[in-house]
Design a protein around this ligand. Structure first.
Ligand SMILES: NC(=O)c1ccc[n+]([C@@H]2O[C@H](COP(=O)([O-])OP(=O)(O)OC[C@H]3O[C@@H](n4cnc5c(N)ncnc54)[C@H](OP(=O)(O)O)[C@@H]3O)[C@@H](O)[C@H]2O)c1
Length: 332
């Protein structure tokens, strides 16, 4: 698979990564597919899709444990990307960026992942109670201690979705500038997809100008852009889409022209090419520093997503996708 470089340190990864969140968290049926999930991670590594994106919060903890089963055997082939800074409480998810907590959490992640070093350690959310310099300083100490290779910062909204708009990105840019004063940022992770292109405005150019990698979260629009979901499809209460404003029957119907546009472009590339692959090819086309991390627990879809590197969009395709109507349905 084509390789891309994350950050100034020059860490090379497969151009399409694997988002591991749906194996344990946020989507219904996650917990019933543990064995398939393990096979899916192996499949991704076989195909060179070696950036495995997880977080201690996914599960909580079980997603890292699941990856640890694979890493125990294949650590050298993988690029391990995990996150710190969010805790699942009784009622709410809370941020914790205190230095002592960050260091303990890193040791716990290393144990669960069955490795002695994390390639990319990301701050999942900045803690409003702790200056980012303190949290980032503790993360930098983990690099100096050899427990972590590089640091990243996530810029995803509090509800994991559409708050990833311009306002969020302005706040993120301020955080990034402060973090950079303490220790180099190697990667930024934020939502980027055909139906959520806001990161193109300021976040992507900021990264490109500084040699910072960009991990595109939710590149398939939480599954919508694959064209496999139908309007009116019910989601279990534990599925993030049950409360997501773009996944009401009305909004799923209103956003069908976006899927139709992806399908039209897919057809130009052959019978086998899918809307999901076009959605990923669009993300890949946004810059050599961009690595999409499509999430899946399924062997078949990990294969399909990795193969998206071979779909090269033309200028005509990119124009057609740029002209798609903006997505309907917003958190605000
Ligand atoms: N930093 C953050 O705060 C943050 C927030 C959100 C996400 N992320 C990261 O970004 C990754 C991707 O986001 P995401 O997983 O929420 O959303 P996504 O990648 O946009 O979509 C995932 C959904 O699409 C389905 N899917 C995947 N490939 C498919 C294909 N080829 N055909 C049909 N359906 C397909 C998956 O189904 P199955 O579940 O059935 O496999 C899953 O329901 C996560 O895994 C996580 O690592 C980070």
């Amino acid at each position: 698979m084509e390789r891309r470089t994350i950050g100034a340190g020059g860490l090379a990864v497969g151009a399409v990564g694997l988002g591991c969140m749906p194996m344990s968290w946020a989507y219904s049926g996650s917990r019933q597919r543990g064995e398939e999930s393990v096979r899916t991670v192996h499949r991704a590594l076989d195909l060179g899709s070696n950036l495995l994106d997880t977080a201690d919060m996914y599960g909580p903890f079980t997603n890292e444990l699941l990856l640890g089963r694979v890493l125990k055997e294949r650590r050298a082939e993988a690029f391990v990307s995990t996150k710190v800074g969010l805790l699942v409480g009784e009622q709410h998810i809370v941020a914790n960026g205190r230095p002592g907590y960050v260091k303990r959490a890193c040791d716990a992640s290393l144990r669960r992942l069955q490795t002695d070093v994390i390639d990319l350690y990301q701050l999942h959310r900045a803690d409003p109670e702790v200056p980012i310099e303190e949290t980032w300083g503790a993360m930098a100490e983990l690099v100096r201690a050899g427990k972590v290779r590089a640091l990243g910062l996530c810029a995803v909204g509090a509800r994991g979705g559409r708050r990833s708009g311009t306002r969020l990105h302005d706040a993120t840019l301020r955080q990034l500038q402060r973090a950079q004063q303490v220790f180099p940022v190697s990667a930024v992770q934020a939502e980027l997809s055909v139906w959520s292109p806001e990161a193109l405005e300021a976040l992507l150019p900021w990264c490109e100008a500084r040699g910072v990698g960009f991990l595109a979260a939710m590149p398939l629009g939480n599954g919508f852009l694959t064209g496999t979901l139908t309007p009116g499809e019910g989601f279990e209460p534990d599925d993030l889409r049950a409360r997501h404003p773009r996944f009401t029957a009305e909004m799923m119907a209103a956003n069908q022209p976006i899927v139709a546009g992806l399908r039209r472009v897919a057809r130009r590339h052959g019978e086998e090419v899918t809307p999901a692959q076009v959605a990923l090819a669009w993300v890949l086309a946004q810059g050599r520093h961009v690595v999409p991390v499509p999430g899946t627990k399924r062997y078949r879809w990990a294969t399909e997503n990795a193969d998206a590197v071979d779909v090269r969009l033309t200028a005509r395709d990119l124009t057609a996708l740029a002209e798609l109507p903006p997505a309907r349905g917003s958190w605000d």
